[in-house]
Design a protein. Structure first.
Length: 311
C-alpha cells in the first residue's frame, strides 16, 4: 500500500466529511493505494457517528475511538501502530492542513530519500499574539536545543517513511518533537516543505497557553532521555562527583586553616556550610545515578537497538 493518512481528531464533526472528500479526491487524482485512519481522541460531540457514516461509504477508512481524551500523542502513537502504508502522512482534522500537499510530501519520501518531512506553515492565518509569535520563539528554542533545523516543529502535516513510525514511541505531549525523537532513533534525513495553511472553518482551537509551558518541559525531557536514558550515571555521576570534590576541596582548605591559623573559627564561615552542602548534594546525585543505572540495566528494552542492515 502506498499511503496511510492518519488523522487524529477531537470534536471535529463538522469538518470531517469535507476533509475526507478532499483526501479521497487527491488519492484518486494520483492513483494511490491508500487507507485513512481516523483516531477519535474521546470526542464528546457527534464525531464518532460521522466516522462510522464515512466508513460505510469508503472501505478504506479505518476508525479508532478512545474511551476518553488522552491527547494527540496517544492518538498518533496508536495510529502509527496500525498503519500499513509505505509512507504515513499525518494531518489535523480541522481543515487547516491541505490534503493537496500530500503528493509533494509523498515524493520527498519516495523519490528524494527523506525519512521524515515536516510541513512549514510559512504564512499562517492564526492570531499573531496567541500563536504566531509564541510559535516562533518555541521553534527557535527547539532548533537550538535539539539541532533539528526545522522552522515549524509542531506542524501537524508531516510525512514519514514506514520504518520511522514503527521504530519510535510517542507519549505524553511528545508529538511536538517527533522529528527530534526520530533523529535520536537514527533517522537523520529530515526535510522540510513549505505548505499552505488554511483558516479554521469550523469550531475553535483545542489548545491553550499551557501548551507552550508543557512543550518546553517536554523538550527538556526528550533531550535528557535521548542522551542519558541508557546511561544515567554519565550525567548524575559526573555532576555528583564534581560537587563532592568541590566540597571536599573546600573542607580541606578550612581544615588546614583551622589547624595552622590561630583563632580561625571554621564553623562560623559561610564557606563551611557551602562545602558541606556540596558534598551532601554530590553524594545524593551520585547515588541517584547509581540507582538509575540499576533500573536501566533491569529494563526490558536495555538492549533494544534499531538495525538498518544485516547480512
Amino acid at each position: 500500500m502506498d499511503l496511510s493518512v492518519l488523522v487524529p481528531l477531537y470534536n471535529e464533526e463538522e469538518s470531517l466529511p469535507e476533509l475526507i472528500a478532499w483526501i479521497e479526491r487527491v488519492m484518486l487524482e494520483n492513483n494511490y493505494s491508500y487507507e485513512i485512519i481516523l483516531v477519535d481522541d474521546g470526542s464528546n460531540d457527534n464525531s464518532w457517528n460521522v466516522v462510522k457514516q464515512l466508513k460505510a461509504s469508503n472501505e478504506r477508512i479505518r476508525g479508532i475511538r478512545f474511551r476518553r481524551n488522552y491527547g494527540k500523542s496517544a492518538a498518533l502513537n496508536k495510529g502509527f501502530e496500525v498503519a500499513v502504508g509505505n509512507v504515513v502522512i499525518t494531518m489535523d482534522a480541522d481543515l487547516q492542513d491541505s490534503p493537496d500537499e500530500i503528493p509533494g510530501l509523498y515524493r520527498m519520501i519516495t523519490a528524494e530519500g527523506f525519512d521524515l518531512v515536516s510541513g512549514w506553515k510559512k504564512k499562517r492565518y492564526d492570531s499573531k499574539i496567541t500563536k504566531n509569535i509564541p510559535s516562533k520563539i518555541y521553534n527557535a528554542a527547539a532548533r537550538r536545543m535539539s539541532g533539528v533545523k526545522l522552522h515549524d516543529m509542531n506542524c501537524g502535516l508531516k510525512a514519514y517513511r514506514k520504518e520511522v513510525v514503527k521504530s519510535i514511541e510517542v507519549y505524553g505531549e511528545m508529538h511536538r518533537y517527533i522529528p527530534v525523537i526520530a533523529k535520536w532513533a537514527g533517522f537523520r534525513r529530515i526535510g522540510e516543505k513549505v505548505v499552505s495553511h488554511q483558516k479554521r472553518k469550523y469550531g475553535v482551537t483545542k489548545f491553550g497557553w499551557e501548551r507552550f509551558i508543557n512543550g518546553f518541559l517536554d523538550l527538556i525531557s526528550i533531550m535528557f532521555v535521548s542522551r542519558f536514558g541508557k546511561k544515567p550515571m554519565h550525567l548524575f555521576g559526573a555532576l555528583g562527583s564534581l560537587l563532592f570534590f568541590t566540597g571536599f576541596i573546600i573542607a580541606g582548605y578550612l581544615a588546614y586553616a583551622k589547624l595552622f591559623l590561630a583563632g580561625y573559627k571554621m564553623t562560623e564561615r559561610p564557606l563551611f556550610y557551602l562545602g558541606l552542602l556540596a558534598m551532601v548534594l554530590g553524594t545524593q546525585l551520585f547515588v541517584a545515578g547509581f540507582l538509575g543505572e540499576l533500573i536501566s540495566r533491569s529494563s526490558s528494552d536495555r538492549n533494544h537497538y534499531l538495525v538498518e542492515e544485516e547480512f
